[in-house]
Design a protein around this ligand. Sequence first.
Ligand code: AMP
Length: 192
Amino acid sequence: MLITGPPGSGKGTQAQRIAERLDITAISTGDMFRTHVMDETPLGVETKRYMDNGDFVPDSVTNAMVRDRLQHQDTSNGFLLDGYPRTTCQVDELDDILAANAHNLDVVLQLAADDEEIVRRLLGRARDEGRSDDNERVIRHRLELYREQTEAILALYDRRGLLVQVDGCGDIDQVTDSAMSGIETAKVRQGT
Ligand code: AMP
C-alpha cells in the first residue's frame, strides 16, 4: 500500500504504526534520502540541495532507489511506501516495478490536513528536531509542490478505486484507528 499526505500531516508516524499493525515493511523515501545525506554517500551529496530547498529529488534518482529497495526480501510479504510516488512519472515507474514483481496495490491512503495547521506543526518540528528543510519558506514550497503535483496523482488512484482519505488532524491513536478501518473497508471492497 501507499501512504501520502502533505508534509507535516503525520504520515511518517502513521506509516510506522500501520505497517506494524499489518506486519509489513514501511519504506520512507524521505528517510532513505536523509540517511544518505547523513552518511554523506554520493547519493546523499547529490540529493541534499534538493531536500534543503524543498524540491523533489529528480525522478530518475528516486525511481532507481525505490526499484532497488523493492527487490529486498523484506518486501515479499507486502510493504507500505511512505512518500512515493509523488509525480506521474513515479506512478508509471511504480506500476512497472509492481507488474514485474507480480504485486498489486491494495490501498492508497491519503492523510488530509489544513495548510495553516501544517505550517504550525512543521515550525514546531523544526525547533524540536532541527530539520534543515523545516523553515517557513521551504515548508510553503513543499506544500505547494504537494498540492500541485502529488494531489494530481491521487485522482488517478481514485479512478482505480484505491484511494482512502482520512483526516490527519485528530489525536494520533484516533488517526491510526480511522486509517485501519479505511484500509479494511478498501480491502473488503476489492476482495483482497
Ligand atoms: P518527506 O520526509 O517524505 O517529506 O521527504 C523529504 C524530502 O525528500 C522531500 O522534500 C524531497 O526533497 C525528498 N523526497 C522524498 N520522497 C521523494 C519522492 N518520491 N520524489 C522526490 N523527492 C522525494
